[in-house]
Design a protein around this ligand. Structure first.
Ligand code: ADP
Ligand code: MG
Length: 701
């Protein structure tokens, strides 16, 4: 095995055995990077490589190359212009090069004394005075050149590269690296050469210099492909395992009950016909509920596509069978909207709906808890309060989570544990208005079944979106007057509620004052996240009731608010919002038959133009109102890491594989996973443990 070249400085701590109690800073940094086990170290792969295997002759060098040169020091001086610096002239027999150091120690001056032979590595710059290198790495020219490329690992400030390199290479040596891919599975990968994992890892940590650096660095080299395939396989295996485990769990069988059932009566009482898409997803859900294993289904549908009624219909199936249902929403405003809507639909049919929230009075809460425990409340609606420990259901069978990406894994697990009998799990229905692009759905949500509402209820007119500079604010206010004169209502959304030192944003309070002054005789309301809940509700009900013409708000209205008479949405500082957030906000209008519009007000501040990504986001908004297309563009703009980061706390993201570039490997992993689990269960288990370690719980929730 080729040896890595010795680094310039070797941290003393690396060799000494630290006392168990006192961990050194680099050790702590290792743990922080999750580099605990030997295998974790072995799987910590280089970001790039430095080629210290060859010496470049200055006569053959090209400007801008990062190169290693070797020669004799012919001059050394400390210059003071423009500031104190050490200048060392190196001659390699073909030409000379000046090494320039702004920060230097006496020891360096000594090591670079005239007459010594030195190797220097850095970026070569040409120029009037000949070659120069700024702050090159230097070492004495004694000893042989390394035969492998020098790996450079991703690290943090607290973890010196040399220390990390040593730790990784030691971990690689100790790690148990026998293959977990049985030959029949590995063969389907079609990689040439088909190396073992051990060979691939050893190669990636010490590649020979004849390899194309480009293939290593863009991860198309077969060794990289092998690693990425293994990683994707681990993820697919872990999701398949949890799906199969769930298949062994029991859940109450909930069947549609025929004539006279709540379900039928709700359908008959609705003031509208379900769309074909709603009917389709309802029947997908109904057939899951009729099974004796728990449903685990994601219902995705654009803003305004009518997910709430689907949730209500699912709840009736559950209650018809004599079981309780819970619906949880991420904010109190949203939970409150659901509560009102569901009470409106279900109480006339004789259903008791309980309400649970953190801001509730103790007395009301106690009463609700009793209703729930005795089973008198068939449906429980609320915020996070629904999963608190004191909440005891008599017989929970269906848990519905709205805007599921806003809930963490722990919260979803807590809901699942709310059943009386440990062996029985509730059915889970998760709803989201931000659709997940297909490749992500296939990888991160592989153990979810997905239902999609892909049409909006009829009679909605499309929303016209305009991107407008802050300088034309007056015209926007004029437009608001026009809408108000037609009896319509208007949302105005601001990003922050108070002046922040860092961001000079117009705050909601100021805008509220400005609009109140500009629109005499119109009730202009203000809603922001720091208001007491009772006040928020009072403001909301004035707006819902139509008495309030304009609602100025921070993003609390981001999800779920449903006021069909609102036809204009103004978003101030639109450049500060994320794409899916903008889309959600825009979805607050266009809910009735009247034409609606969305104005994205942007400000460039002191900058001459908007930044690149902000411009792309606003452009996407103006060009499409299709949530799926928006999600696809969002993924393009942000990349999967960030895209998912926002929605899935604690999830182990893929470290190596890139879902857009490696879709062929993802397809392979999806086929290989069931085969591995069926025919080689022990290897499958080792594979998952190796790759995911302790993180598997997160993936299962
Ligand atoms: P979201 O999917 O964003 O949660 P909602 O469930 O709030 O959407 O529905 C948006 C509006 O459309 C609500 O006023 C709802 O009552 C109405 N709605 C739902 N389904 C239909 C339908 N099939 N026909 C007409 N209106 C509908
Ligand atoms: Mg909704």
């Amino acid at each position: 095995m080729p040896r890595a070249p010795k680094a310039v400085q070797t941290p003393a701590a690396a060799d000494k055995k630290a006392a168990p109690a006192a961990k050194s800073a680099p050790q702590k940094a290792l743990e922080k990077l999750n580099l605990r086990r030997d295998i974790d170290l072995a799987l910590h792969l280089p970001l790039r490589y430095e080629d210290e295997t060859r010496i470049v002759k200055l006569a053959e060098a090209r400007e801008g190359d990062t190169a290693q040169i070797e020669g004799e020091v012919t001059a050394q001086e400390v210059a003071y212009r423009p500031r104190r610096q050490l200048l060392v002239t190196l001659n390699d027999g073909t030409d000379s090069c000046v090494l320039r150091f702004f920060n230097f120690y006496p020891s360096q001056q000594k090591a670079l004394a005239v007459g010594t032979r030195v190797r220097a590595r850095g970026e070569l710059r040409g120029g009037f005075l000949g070659w120069t290198m700024m702050h090159p790495h230097t070492r004495s020219a004694s000893g042989e050149l390394p035969t492998a490329l020098t790996p450079v690992y991703p690290t943090t400030a607290a973890l010196p590269q040399a220390y990390l390199r040593k730790a990784v290479l030691a971990g690689l040596k100790r790690a148990e690296l026998s293959d977990t891919l049985p030959p029949e599975v590995a063969a389907t990968l079609k990689l040439r050469p088909l190396w073992t994992l051990k060979q691939a890892l050893e190669f990636l940590h010490h590649p020979t210099p004849d390899v194309s650096l480009a293939h290593l660095e863009d991860h198309t080299h077969p060794a990289w492909q092998r690693l990425k395939a293994e990683e994707l396989l681990a993820q697919q295996l872990s999701q398949l395992q949890s799906r199969r485990e769930r298949e062994h769990l029991r859940a109450p069988v909930l069947r549609v009950n025929g004539t006279g059932s709540l379900h039928e009566r709700l359908l008959a009482a609705l003031p509208f016909e379900l769309t074909a898409a709603q009917r389709r997803v309802c029947s997908e859900i109904a057939s899951d509920l009729a099974q004796s294993k728990p449903m685990h289904r994601l219902l995705q549908g654009d803003v305004g596509s009518g997910k709430t009624v689907v949730a209500a219909l699912a709840a009736t199936i559950c209650m018809d069978a004599g079981w309780q249902c819970a619906l949880m929403a991420p904010t109190e405003i949203l939970a409150d909207q659901h509560f009102r809507k569901l009470v409106g639909w279900l109480e006339p049919l004789g259903v008791r709906v309980a309400w649970l929230t953190g801001s509730q009075k103790k007395k009301e809460r106690t009463a609700m808890l009793e209703l729930i425990a005795r089973g008198e409340a068939g449906l429980v609606v609320g915020t996070h309060a629904v999963i608190q420990e004191q909440v005891q259901f008599r017989n929970l069978a269906l848990a519905i989570i709205d805007e599921q990406h806003r809930f963490g894994v722990a919260q979803r697990l807590a809901l699942r544990s709310k059943t009386q009998d440990e062996a029985v799990e509730p059915h889970m229905l998760m709803m989201t208005a931000t659709p997940i692009p297909r490749t992500l759905a296939m990888s991160y949500y592989a153990d979810l079944d997905v239902s999609t509402i892909d049409e909006l209820p009829p009679g909605r007119s499309p929303i016209v979106t305009k991107v407008v500079s802050e300088q034309r604010r007056d015209e926007v206010i004029q437009r608001i007057r026009g809408q108000l004169e037609q009896g319509r209502q208007v949302y105005w959304v601001c990003p922050l509620i108070e002046e922040s030192e860092a961001l000079d944003l117009t705050n909601a309070t100021e805008t509220h004052a400005e609009l109140s002054a500009a629109l005499p005789g119109v009730l202009v309301g203000l809603l922001h996240s720091r208001m007491p809940v009772a006040e928020k509700k009072a403001v909301m009900s004035l707006f819902v009731g139509g008495q309030m013409g304009v609602l100025v708000s921070t993003t609390v209205i981001e999800v779920g608010v449903d006021v069909p008479n609102a036809t204009l949405m103004v978003i101030e500082h639109a450049e500060r919002f994320g794409l899916s957030q903008l889309h959600q906000l825009r979805g607050r209008v266009g809910r009735g038959a009247a034409a609606s519009a969305c104005v994205l007000l942007y400000s460039t501040g002191d900058a001459p133009r908007l930044g690149e990504t902000a411009r792309e986001r606003l452009k996407a908004m103006a060009e499409t109102s299709d949530g799926f297309e928006i999600a696809r563009r969002d993924l393009d703009i942000r990349g999967p890491g960030e895209f998912l980061g926002a929605r899935q706390s604690g999830a182990a993201l893929l470290r190596f594989a890139d879902l857009t570039e490696d879709s062929h490997l993802l397809a392979w992993a999806r086929e290989a996973a069931p085969l591995m689990l069926d025919r080689h269960p022990a290897l499958a288990e080792r594979h998952v443990a190796r790759w995911l370690g302790s993180r598997t719980d997160y993936l299962k929730a």
